[in-house]
Design a binder for this molecule. Structure first.
Ligand code: ADP
Ligand code: MG
Length: 384
């Protein structure tokens, strides 16, 4: 048995009184740079992390589906007919949504029932995409046992479709792409228009650097309204400038944008246009092995989100300032904003001291205790 499969194997055995047919695993992700660029047809640069969802699965000869997760103490029962009527709720919408999306996109695929057990060490709701991890773990598993032969790009689309329609969350394809295309020591450079993917070596280890994530534990209170508002501003800006998406603009278009748009819309557009440029510059810097330059781009990305896109909160700003003062080569908030996590790239030997300092600074201000942990770029979804 592969390390880390004991829990899920035990869960499977206890629920179904049988050994599972196999194990599959898919990681969560962190976004290095490229925020709010996905729905503007732009660029993102996430990596798959060393925290993942593991599933144990056995195909069945009938249409029945049984699911259990360490999140829940009871078995969820369903079948393919219910799935195709989109009858699902709660956490099972993620795995069942994948089965539904495969049926929708591949009506000729020969689907059958299955027994599934799920375990995960991706923190939920921390912005590390536990949702894509469970979707992609199930997708690679059923792709194997149903003999579908779907490629990774298609599995990512199936996960996105499940999340958009079965779960009802209007998300882009970044999370699923990072989870399936991740590679050890590499980031996933994704063009959200063409969906072209390129793995970019990071070399953090060789440079003696680690990526520290600090979960501020600030709930994304304004996340839904704020997200919608930012999206609308981007659409407004693109329409006023006569382009299909902000991706079609470059920094050379910004003076014209400033003349045409009101101040707020202009600053929203400016963030997206400069952020796309920063992702491209980051990829070039990483390919050249210039991690210091990449760090400065992370810093600039944070300033842009704080001042132009206005999606940061004081806790995120304080983490970033504390990290920079402590010698991080780059730091920024990551994710949709209004709370969630910040990341800092810094020498491995200094991560613990920075984590301790952030805890002290938050305690001094009477803020909720943040949760710091390091993540490393890891392999994407796979059979074990
Ligand atoms: P995140 O930022 O972690 O992706 P989401 O709200 O998008 O947060 O997804 C979290 C949801 O995904 C959980 O509330 C749960 O419904 C589902 N989920 C994630 N991991 C698991 C798991 N191991 N078992 C069951 N459900 C899970
Ligand atoms: Mg999610």
């Amino acid at each position: 048995m592969t390390a880390g499969t004991e829990t899920v194997a035990g869960l499977f055995q206890a629920a179904y009184d049988a050994d599972p047919g196999g194990f599959w695993r898919a990681p969560g992700r962190v976004n290095l740079i490229g925020e709010h660029t996905d729905y503007n047809d732009g660029f993102v640069l996430p990596f798959a992390i060393d925290r993942a969802t593991t599933v144990a699965l056995s195909p069945r000869d009938d249409d029945r589906i049984r699911l259990i997760s360490t999140f829940d103490d009871r078995v969820v029962e369903s079948d393919l007919t219910a799935v195709d009527r989109r009858q699902f709720s709660g956490w099972s919408a993620y795995p069942l949504g994948v089965a539904w999306a495969i049926g929708e996109r591949h009506p000729d695929a020969r689907r059958r029932g299955f027994d599934l057990a799920v375990d995960s060490d991706v923190p939920v709701g921390a912005g590390l995409s536990s949702s894509a991890a469970i979707e992609m773990a199930v997708a690679v598993a059923v792709n194997d046992v149903w003999g579908l032969g779907l490629d990774r790009a298609e599995l990512a689309r199936i996960g996105q479709r499940a999340e958009n329609i079965a779960v009802g969350a209007p998300t882009g394809i970044m999370d699923q792409s990072a989870s399936v295309f991740g590679e050890r020591d590499a980031a996933v450079f994704l063009d959200c228009r063409s969906l072209a993917v390129e793995q970019v070596p990071l070399g953090f280890d060789a440079a003696g650097l680690v990526l520290l994530v600090i979960d501020t534990k600030v709930e994304h209170q304004h996340a839904t309204g704020g997200y919608r508002d930012r999206r609308e501003a981007c659409e407004r800006g693109a329409a006023a400038l006569g382009v299909g998406a902000l991706r079609d603009l470059t920094v050379d278009d910004l003076p014209r944008a400033e003349q045409l748009l009101d101040d707020v819309t202009y600053r929203r557009v400016k963030h997206v246009v400069t952020e796309d440029a920063r992702v491209l510059q980051s990829v070039a810097a990483l390919k050249a092995g210039d991690l210091n330059r990449f760090g400065r781009l992370m810093d600039a990305s944070h300033v842009s989100m704080r001042d132009d896109f206005e999606i940061s909160v004081p806790q995120l700003d304080v983490v970033v300032e504390t990290a920079q003062a402590a010698g991080a080569i780059g730091a920024r908030m990551t994710g949709g904003g209004f709370g969630g996590c910040a990341i800092a790239l810094l020498p491995a030997g200094e991560a613990e001291a920075l984590a301790a300092r952030v805890l002290r600074v938050f305690a001094d201000r009477g803020w909720h205790e943040p949760v710091p942990f390091t993540v490393s770029p890891s392999d994407g979804a796979r059979a074990l």
